[in-house]
Every structure is written in structure tokens, then in C-alpha cells.
Design a protein around this ligand. Structure first.
Ligand code: ACM
Length: 278
């Protein structure tokens, strides 16, 4: 952590070749260490950053899945030791009953937490098992860090639950294909007054006759006030960085008498029929 409670955040935007985890990990490392100073407090990598995304079958998923302490954990752990950062990255995790679309949060030799994506997107629902545990908030040297994966963002309750649990910074590995993610995440950051760190990928996948997927890039770091502190381009592998103060996410006030969290009325938020005609 730098003076004044500031932290340095790095986002890796990559273009993984499908089914080539070793080569993809090596190219991520190349991106991080190509810069002048690779040290950071937090590094976020995309969803499924080492495997690629467009799996054709559960068998393919199983083949590329890893245990929590597998090669991807070992890689993230080495990155963490070499940069000083807490490192977050997406990996298919072997679980009882199937494979999750997961993320690992690693600090030095320790796995701080693993997360199984709760809201699976489209064909993911045929390939992965759904996460069954709440979205995690984990203590780090720079305060409480929340984690969600890609499509989770379109469920406002996901980031809200992380913010209510005290997260000031939220790591968001993604493989965005829908165009409105980058803009949408600005509102998510504002309505929860948290920093969001989205690591997306670029490139295209068109495997096995499936409709092609084009990943939109635009990885970004957004402040609690909705400022885009850094944003990547739409087509290149690259690194973006920002320096931010997690403590700036502690106040939920937008005006003297308006505090987002204090003014919530959860007792009125329900799906019951409230319309009374007549
Ligand atoms: C997504 O959740 N990967 C779109």
C-alpha cells in the first residue's frame, strides 16, 4: 500500500487461445512484466483467462478444469510473490458434482478465497455447476475485497450484497460479449459507491460450428463516483493501471441528508402484488 492509503491496481486484458493454458499463462506473465514496474497491490485477470471460454461440451470443461491448488493457483501465487499483489483470476474449478466457472483470490502462498460463479450465462448453464455460496468479501492488506464474475453484474443484488458486506473494491473477472457492460458497470459503481475493477478479454472464438463470440475488451477501473480511472481498448491485449484510495468507498453519502445505504427500505422491496385497482 502506498502513502495515504492509496493502492495500485493492475488489470490484465488478454486474448487466450482456446485450450492452451500454459501458453496463455505465459503470455499474461509477459504482459505484466513487460511494463516498467510490475509491482501492484491488486492484479485482476479475466474470467477463464487461461483456458478460453467457448467450450463445446462438459467433457472439454472437465479436461481443462483444475483443483483449487492446481497449476493456475500455482501461477497466481507466483505472480503474487513477484509483484506483491493480491491476484484474482478466473479458472474452471473441479468440484464435487461438476466444474464451476470459478475465480481464485491469491496472496503469496495463500488461497484467500475461491468463488463459484452464481449467475451462469447462456450456454454456461449446460456446462458448469452453479455456485451455491454467497459472493465473497475477503480481508486483504488494503481492506475488504469483493469478487463477482462477468454476468453477475447484471443482477444488481450481486454487487449490492458485496457492498453491504463491506467491500470497498470489487474484482470482476469477465468475458464480456454484450455491449453494455462497461457503461452499466459505471452505474453499479455509483449506486454502491465502490471501486469496480473489471478485467475482460478480447478476440473471437468460433468453435465447433457455434455462433462466433466476440469479446469486447474495454476492461476498466471505475471509482465510487463513476469516474472511469482507466479503460482498455476493444481489441488488443494490454495492461491498464490506476492508483485509488479504497477508503473513498466508505461513505455512501451523495448529499448531506442522503446516504444510499442508510436510506434503503428493504421492507418495501418485494415482488408481491401491490396494485389495488378499483
Ligand atoms: C459472461 O458471463 N461470461 C458473459
Amino acid at each position: 500500500m502506498q502513502n495515504s492509503g492509496s493502492i495500485r491496481v493492475t488489470v490484465v486484458q488478454n486474448n487466450p487461445g482456446f485450450g492452451q493454458p500454459e501458453a496463455n499463462r505465459t503470455s499474461v506473465e509477459g504482459l505484466i512484466f513487460a511494463g516498467k514496474d510490475p509491482t501492484a497491490d491488486l492484479i485482476v485477470l479475466p474470467e477463464l483467462f487461461a483456458t478460453g471460454y467457448q467450450f463445446l461440451s462438459k467433457e472439454e470443461v472437465t479436461e481443462l478444469a483444475e483443483p483449487e491448488d492446481g497449476p493456475t493457483f500455482q501461477f497466481l501465487s507466483r505472480l503474487s510473490r513477484e509483484t506483491g499483489a493480491v491476484v484474482v483470476g478466473g479458472v474452471p474449478i473441479r468440484r464435487r458434482g461438476g466444474v464451476s466457472n470459478g475465480a481464485l483470490v491469491v496472496s503469496g502462498d495463500s488461497l484467500l478465497v475461491s468463488y463459484d460463479k452464481v449467475h451462469l450465462f447462456d450456454r454456461e448453464r449446460d456446462l458448469f455447476i452453479e455456485g451455491r455460496s454467497p459472493l465473497p468479501v475477503v480481508e486483504t492488506p488494503f481492506g475488504p475485497l469483493g469478487v463477482m464474475i462477468c454476468f453477475d453484474w447484471l443482477f444488481p443484488e450481486a454487487l449490492r450484497s458485496l457492498a453491504l458486506s463491506g467491500a470497498t473494491v470489487v474484482a470482476h473477472p469477465a468475458n464480456w460479449v454484450l455491449p453494455f457492460g462497461p457503461q452499466g458497470m459505471i452505474l453499479r459503481s455509483v449506486e454502491n459507491r465502490v471501486f469496480t475493477v473489471t478485467a475482460n478479454r478480447v478476440g473471437e472464438e468460433a468453435r465447433g460450428g457455434l455462433p462466433p463470440l466476440r469479446y469486447i475488451g474495454e476492461s476498466q477501473i471505475v471509482s465510487p463516483k463513476g469516474e472511469v480511472l482507466a479503460r482498455a481498448g476493444q481489441s488488443e491485449s494490454e495492461i491498464i493501471t490506476a492508483v485509488l484510495r479504497p477508503a473513498d468507498a466508505l461513505s455512501k453519502k451523495v448529499a448531506d441528508k442522503s446516504d444510499f445505504f442508510e436510506q434503503r427500505r428493504p421492507e418495501l422491496y418485494h415482488s408481491g402484488l401491490t396494485y389495488r385497482g378499483g
